[in-house]
Write a protein that binds this ligand. Structure first.
Ligand SMILES: [Zn+2]
Length: 301
């Protein structure tokens, strides 16, 4: 089993008892062996981050994507970062370490200047390219904080254990070392990465505007319409935070009303359903559009 070296490595660190560690490793193994349809990538990444964080006993973990055509990475999904209340200095160290170490072969370790946080940067390779990076954060109150070398080794083991599952989930073609890279496969991989980057760019923009109050119903409706056109052009939807379904953001209320409300419009068990999103711009997650419903009439599906 591919996760056995990881199990051995983590057992030596004695952060979990043997039974607990076996449960955590088995859970990760199950996750890595299940097929991930494209519209489930976000759920998969969240579960992967949760499993990795537990195994390494880290306080926080994040996944960073490469921007298309850029030489820097942007932060994607993460867990535990807010709870750590990082100082702006630590946050800067984290960003700088990611940009400095993401192209390395293997994980790197760095400590924040005030000594409060240990950071591991673990790049994700695909063939000869680095496509993403995980970061693991340990605070001083964390038992794993002082074990920098051990953490680096554990992160490397973890990385190789999940690599092929992650490639599949990110829809990167299988890299077979026996072939010299097939140009069409390389193109496919590049296009998938561009698509992720588009999604990421839209999400970052929307998150900056979350909580904003638009002047009136007309402005809210125009925002919702424009956003839908942009997302639809790329096969994307927003994720309803209440039920997790892919949805279209709309604004309810007559154009003459002073205030309207955003709603998530989606089909649940074949029935068109609306879930409320309040009058301020909601925090939005972008997801891939799910496959067309059978005998679909129109919209979200
Ligand atoms: Zn919903």
């Amino acid at each position: 089993m591919t996760l056995d070296p990881l199990f051995g490595q983590l057992l030596r660190l004695r952060r979990h008892d043997r039974t607990r560690l076996r449960q955590l490793v088995d859970a990760l193994d199950r996750l890595c062996h299940q097929p991930v349809p494209p519209w489930q990538t976000d759920v998969y990444l969240q579960q992967l981050l949760a499993g990795m964080r537990q195994l390494l006993d880290a306080c926080a973990v994040a996944f960073w994507y490469r921007c298309f055509g850029g030489s820097s990475l942007v932060i994607g999904p993460y867990l535990g970062m807010r709870e750590m209340r990082l100082s702006s200095q630590t946050r800067t160290t984290l960003d700088e370490s990611v940009q400095r170490f993401w192209q390395r072969n293997g994980a790197s370790h760095v400590q924040s200047p005030d000594g409060s946080t240990a950071i591991i940067v673990a790049p994700v390779h695909h063939g000869l390219q680095t496509v993403a990076t995980f970061t693991f954060l340990f605070s001083r109150s964390n038992a794993a904080f002082g074990q920098s070398q051990e953490n680096v080794e554990a992160a490397n083991h973890l990385q190789s254990a999940i690599q092929s599952s992650l490639h599949a989930a990110l829809q990167l073609p299988v890299v077979d070392p026996r072939w010299s890279a097939d140009p069409l496969e390389q193109l496919t991989s590049q296009v998938h990465l561009i698509q992720r980057s588009i999604r990421q760019t839209i999400e970052l923009y929307l998150n900056r505007r979350a909580g904003e109050e638009l002047v009136d119903v007309a402005a809210m409706q125009s925002f919702a319409t424009q956003l839908h056109q942009l997302l639809d052009a790329h096969g994307l939807r927003v994720r309803c935070p209440e039920c997790g379904h892919a949805a279209i953001l709309r604004c309810s209320g007559a154009a003459t009303d002073q205030r309207g409300n955003f709603v998530f419009d989606h089909y649940i068990d074949g029935r068109r359903t609306f879930h409320g999103a309040g009058s301020l711009l909601p925090r939005l997650r972008i997801v891939n559009k799910p496959p067309r419903r059978k005998r679909a009439s129109a919209t979200s599906g």
